[in-house]
Design a protein around this ligand. Structure first.
Ligand code: ADP
Ligand code: MG
Length: 238
């Protein structure tokens, strides 16, 4: 299971109100895209969902259970960052397995899960390499693999493809769509890219200045934008 409910989430940094009352429901298995201009609060919202940041007020529920006080490692969530955040001194295998090792999983189970994830991501031949010996696209696949081995119910992706060149972006996007079908997990994915949003999403959430402007399927937003802002964001090329 991986359903998510966000109830009236507010987040301020000092005097600055970054999230101004966010309400959202995400169904188990849904692919939800967050779009919105730089600085509107997308990463902050992901970090609050993941538990990396405490909300100022409001509740996060996973499968109906309030997780406000649940530490990140116990929320059943894995997050993939734009910058990959791999350990340079560790091999691909150890980057992927470190979290499981820290969680006390037995080494044969770690090996098996790494085997499955590296097959899914075509990383089988690269397991003993270090990140510096990989291309950008391969590094991002390792970061995705590290998320998969934890078998989360909910994946959070923060602009995972924005450091890749155009061709690799397309390939990796197709790969993420395939993983979504294969893993049947819930995915929340932040992007600036309109094509990514339109092709990947079951549901798009348009954020602006810490508030939700509109939520709907790609076609709903495209055909019936409720505000000029949404029309500008979805209707015309970025
Ligand atoms: P986005 O991901 O949509 O570009 P962010 O969530 O990163 O936006 O940031 C939203 C706003 O919150 C920005 O104005 C940013 O400067 C501010 N912000 C984010 N994190 C912090 C922090 N740790 N301390 C202070 N301000 C922050
Ligand atoms: Mg961001």
């Amino acid at each position: 299971m991986g359903s998510l409910k966000i109830e009236n989430i507010r987040k301020s940094f000092g005097q600055v109100d970054v999230l101004k009352g966010i309400d959202l429901e995400v169904k188990d298995g849904e692919f939800v895209i967050f779009v919105g201009p730089s600085g509107c609060g997308k990463s902050t919202l992901l970090r609050v969902i993941a538990g990396l940041e405490d909300a100022t007020s409001g509740d996060i529920l996973i499968d109906g259970k309030k997780v406000n006080n649940t530490p990140p490692a116990k929320r059943g969530i894995a997050m993939v960052f734009q910058t990959y955040a791999l350990y340079p001194h560790l091999s691909v295998r150890d980057n992927m397995g470190l979290g499981l090792k820290q969680a006390g999983k037995p080494s044969d189970e770690i090996k098996e899960r790494i085997g499955i994830a590296s097959n899914m991501l075509s990383l089988g031949d690269y397991l003993e390499r270090r990140p510096a010996e990989l291309s950008g696209g391969q590094r991002q696949r390792v970061a995705i693999g590290r998320a998969i081995v934890r078998e989360p119910q909910l994946f959070l992706f923060d602009e995972p493809l924005s450091n890749l060149d155009a061709a690799l972006r397309v390939n990796t996007r197709i790969e993420i769509a395939r993983l979504h079908r294969q893993l049947k997990a819930t995915m929340i994915y932040v992007t600036h890219d309109q094509v990514e949003a339109m092709t990947l999403a079951d549901k798009i959430v348009v954020l602006n200045r810490g508030k939700i402007e509109q939520v709907g399927s790609p076609m709903e937003l495209y055909n019936s934008p409720q505000t000029v802002f949404v029309a500008g964001f979805i209707g015309s090329p970025q």
